[in-house]
Unconditional design. Structure first.
Length: 79
């Protein structure tokens, strides 16, 4: 199961249900994908086929929506 946290600017922000416990979010678009750590601080973990500009855009969205991501993480992984 890969629940979508939100969609924004052509990017899908999601979790993979059977992954490690450290808070992070995956991002997918038609161009590629990335994984960003949320803890201990926001940072790029890995990316594939996203340009440096796209990575900056995605990171900005994550910073703006960090609270939403953390809340969704707690809801999804608490049960």
């Amino acid at each position: 199961m890969s629940p979508t946290v939100f969609l924004e600017r052509g990017y899908r922000f999601l979790f993979f249900s059977r992954e490690e416990g450290r808070v992070h979010v995956h991002v997918q678009s038609a161009e590629g994908e990335a994984k960003f750590w949320i803890e201990p601080r926001i940072g790029l973990a890995a990316s594939r086929d996203l340009s440096p500009r796209e990575i900056r855009v995605v990171e900005r969205i994550i910073r703006e929506r960090e609270h939403d991501i953390r809340s969704a993480w707690r809801r999804h992984f608490s049960g």
